[in-house]
Ligand binder design. Structure first.
Ligand code: NAP
Length: 831
């Protein structure tokens, strides 16, 4: 497939670039915004002031799942779009004519083009692509789909509790709930220990303490400062070597006699004067409990130190002391041990707590003994205590004696409280009973509270719970996937082109764009088969056949693709030869075609150049050309087309002066003027016309006409330079005029005509993108006009290499801003 004959259009370098850059920047900003939104959400969600992002059950519609899914989706899409865009732009920018960086292989071009449009190509790129960063980026793009699930997995719910508290001081006397209606009826409120008796029975029976009506549900809890009777009991055991409590004494022969020898008392370690006795025999005393006060203390006659120290008031309520032997009757308990329990009962203040409708609890560690005598309380508790806990008061539950005579007679079973406390047949051990007595008092304290909570100082706490979202910040690590993906995918690919440069996959734009540059000419890095496959695909997008078809690569056109094809007429000598040398020396590569009337002269010139410049990346060849022959011109163009397929630069250098021959009568006036115009103007016009199709095959066609400093009409009025004075001077009057050394009338006239011809080509080819100049190389010492090099030097002519370098600079783009003008070494020559 050959390239379209229409020439490539110069891409506009600015149209759309700013907009495209803004678009790319917007995508980057969207990505950054998404990162920021997600990080803030997971680190401090309440910064958004959207309750539904923090609390479950809030009526707001933006739930965390919705917010995270949306942001993650936008992040994935924007990141993917950003990477794709950067890859696409960098790819097309590499293919912009005249803007080629390091070349891409054909295979890489194919892969990159597919990368931007095909998810599958991103996977296959990882296998064959040349950029490691892009390979990884392509794979990471696939992982974008897990961003949302991973982020969502980091959101959970937990209960968040809030506690509000109110406090209320007691309104009834602390001790009022301890005086119940029963004892009030019995003795006006100062007798009958029903409250405590009932409490002890209930506690021994493991009944839960009564619930105070202070809370409606479990969200409520109270903590109180309540009045309390607080028992602290010590438990002890003694070996029962004397068979105390048993019906058979060790030294007894009969079981019916009480033996007074075994009447040793066991006394309280709190109030040593409180003692009990256990006996053996029939009947035997196997349990004996007493309660009471240290009367000496009460009367103030007791000492203040030592083992008999007072259990002083305020704060002391009573002492309980008991001793028992288990298994006295039916052998259930441990009859080898005497159990003792010694309790100090104090009055004071304790903390009770109750949650909802659950039984209250006392915090035994919180008990504080009262600092005030009972008499200072306004309630009748003082009298109650005095009455019921008096040493002789039998109404206290802890005042009993249990005896057994033999089977069928055991007074424990007439005393339910004693049975409840000591267990069946007094089988409970000392520790158990000690704790039970403590529990009895605690139960009584809780019962009093339940009966009348307003006698307590109470703090009511209400606990409300809400379900809140918890964001696990660790899952934010998943954001490394899109971040690394975009870093790898965009690194070094931030260049943004205009729509003309980055045509995307618009077939019309691609066709308009013309040949693709930036593709390596060799199939490096890929197999020949893959290279061929890629070439076939590139043909589909309009890439020149010679560029991509391996079989066409050996054609002259393909071989010259890298080098500019330059045809210089009259290049075997003079200025033409210097142009050849300048190009041959250049760092740029050319296929230089030396136009020569005689091929042998051309070949000799080529040999001379190659000898003078042994090494060059350019090639030299000779084409026969006589500007006076249409046939020669045609053949020359055909020659070039078959060898090179196109022409990048035509330098119309060939020219001649015939004024000397006219002066010397070797030519008639007509012959001389006709030859001058035929060679310098008409022949050049014919050649240019024939060469235009080849020039239009070039992407950067240049058309140069070598004119003369003598051609400017404006210069004919100037005399400010010796050369101008000479050529513009008017001879003395009369006819014939004297012969000049170097007559140039027909020559300079023809060159003036050449200038107009150049202007016409500039006009005609402007829209084809062909750059046209006329070059005024200066006065050079050449063979022009057969004046002689030495003679010309005498007249001020300079070395022709200066003209050769000027032409080279024009060919290599230094004077692109002067198209359509006569370009001189120091500026633009006026008309
Ligand atoms: N020298 C200057 O001071 C000066 C100044 C301004 C412009 N120029 C221009 O520079 C160009 C080169 O001239 P030059 O100074 O290098 O002179 P040159 O040494 O005489 O070279 C002229 C070249 O043109 C060729 N030529 C002559 N008639 C031709 C024709 N009918 N067909 C094809 N080729 C033909 C000559 O070929 P043969 O060798 O076969 O004759 C020779 O190669 C001319 O256009 C001239 O007008 C020269």
């Amino acid at each position: 497939m050959s390239k379209s004959s229409s020439p490539p259009k110069e891409p506009s370098s600015s149209r759309g670039r700013l907009v495209n850059a803004l678009f790319t920047a917007s995508l980057a900003l969207i990505c950054l915004a998404c990162y920021a939104l997600l990080i803030i959400l997971y680190i401090q969600a309440d910064l958004y002031h959207i309750p539904s992002l923090v609390t479950d059950g809030d009526t707001g519609s933006i739930k965390p799942t919705v917010a995270v899914s949306l942001i993650a989706a936008v992040l994935a899409a924007a990141t993917s779009a950003l990477i794709t865009r950067c890859v696409e732009h960098s790819f097309w920018l590499k293919l912009v004519p005249g803007n080629v960086g390091s070349p891409l292989t054909v295979g890489e071009v194919n892969r990159l083009a597919q990368w931007s449009v095909s998810p599958l190509a991103r996977l296959t790129y990882a296998l064959k692509g040349r950029s490691w960063a892009l390979k990884l980026s392509g794979l990471l793009i696939f992982a974008f789909s897990i961003i949302a699930p991973v982020l969502l997995a980091g959101i959970s719910l937990k209960d968040h509790f809030r506690i509000t508290s109110t406090s209320a001081s007691h309104v009834a006397d602390y001790w009022t709930p301890w005086i119940n209606r029963g004892n009030s009826r019995f003795r006006g409120g100062s007798a009958g220990d029903l409250v405590f008796g009932m409490a002890a029975q209930a506690s021994n029976g493991n009944f839960a303490a009564p619930v105070a009506p202070v809370c409606h549900d479990d969200s409520c809890s109270v903590s109180t400062g309540s009045s309390a009777l607080f028992a602290t009991c010590n438990a002890g055991t003694i070996d029962n070597t004397e068979n105390r409590g048993l019906t058979v004494c060790p030294t007894q022969t009969t079981t019916s006699t009480t033996v007074s020898d075994f009447s040793t008392n066991y006394c309280s370690d709190i109030v040593p004067s409180m003692c009990v006795n256990l006996t053996c025999g029939a009947p035997s005393v196997y349990a004996n409990f007493i309660t009471g006060l240290d009367v000496d203390c009460e009367s103030g006659s007791a000492g203040s130190t030592g083992p008999n120290a007072c259990i002083t008031s305020p704060g002391s309520w009573a002492v309980i002391f008991g001793a028992w032997v288990g298994g006295a009757d039916f052998g259930i308990g441990n009859s080898k041990l005497i159990n003792t329990v010694s309790c100090l009962v104090e009055y004071g203040n304790i903390t009770i707590s109750q949650t909802g409708a659950n039984p209250p609890r006392v915090d035994r560690n919180s008990f504080k003994r009262s600092l005030y005598p009972l008499s200072s309380y306004s309630s009748p508790i003082s009298n109650v205590r005095t009455f019921i806990w008096d040493e002789s008061a039998p109404t206290t539950p802890y005042y009993f004696t249990l005896r057994v005579v033999g089977t069928g007679w055991n007074d424990m079973y007439r005393q339910p409280f004693a049975a409840g406390l000591l267990g069946d047949d007094a089988s409970n051990d000392a520790q158990h009973v000690a704790r039970q007595i403590e529990n009895n008092f605690d139960w009584a304290t809780m019962g009093a509270f339940a009966r009348m909570p307003n006698a307590s100082d109470m703090v009511t706490s209400t606990r409300t719970s809400t379900r809140v979202y918890v964001y696990n910040q660790l899952v934010l690590l998943i954001l490394l996937v899109p971040f690394l993906g975009s870093l790898l995918g965009t690194w070094g690919r931030w260049g943004v082109g205009s729509d003309d440069e980055v045509v995307g996959y618009n077939p019309v734009a691609i066709a308009n764009r013309g040949p693709v540059e930036g593709i390596a000419t060799k199939p490096f890095g890929v197999s020949q088969k893959e290279y061929k496959k890629a070439c076939d695909k590139l043909l589909l997008i309009g890439v020149e056949e010679s560029l991509v078809n391996p079989s066409a690569r050996n054609s002259p056109a393909a071989m010259s693709q890298d080098k500019k094809v330059v045809f210089i007429t009259g290049a075997n000598t003079g200025l033409g030869l210097e142009i050849v040398k300048a190009l041959y020396k250049s760092t740029q590569s050319y296929d230089i075609i030396v136009g020569s009337r005689l091929v042998s002269n051309g070949e000799a010139a080529v040999a001379a150049v190659q000898q003078e410049i042994p090494s060059s990346s350019s090639s030299l060849s000779v084409v026969q050309l006589d500007l006076a022959s249409d046939e020669s011109i045609k053949k020359a163009v055909e020659n070039i087309e078959s060898k090179f397929g196109r022409l990048d630069v035509l330098v119309n250098n060939g020219g001649a002066g015939f004024d000397g021959a006219l002066r010397d009568n070797k030519l008639s006036i007509r012959e001389a003027w006709n030859k001058s115009w035929d060679t310098n103007v008409a022949g050049t016009q014919v050649l240019t016309s024939e060469a235009i199709p080849l020039l239009l095959k070039s992407r950067q066609a240049r058309l140069l006409f070598i004119t003369s400093g003598t051609s400017a009409l404006a210069f004919t009025e100037r005399f400010d330079h010796p050369a101008l004075q000479r050529i513009n001077a008017s001879p003395a009057p009369g006819w014939p005029k004297p012969k000049e050394i170097n007559p140039i009338e027909s020559y300079r006239s023809a060159k003036t005509g050449l200038n107009m011809m150049m202007r016409q080509w500039h006009r005609i080819l402007l829209n084809d993108g062909v750059k046209v100049w006329a070059i005024s190389p200066g006065f050079l010492a050449t063979n022009l006009g057969d004046v002689g090099i030495e003679q010309l030097k005498k007249l001020g002519a300079r070395d022709p290499s200066e003209g050769g370098n000027l032409v080279k600079r024009v060919i290599e783009g230094e004077r692109d801003s002067d198209v359509g003008k006569v370009v001189g070494a120091t500026g633009i020559q006026i008309w």
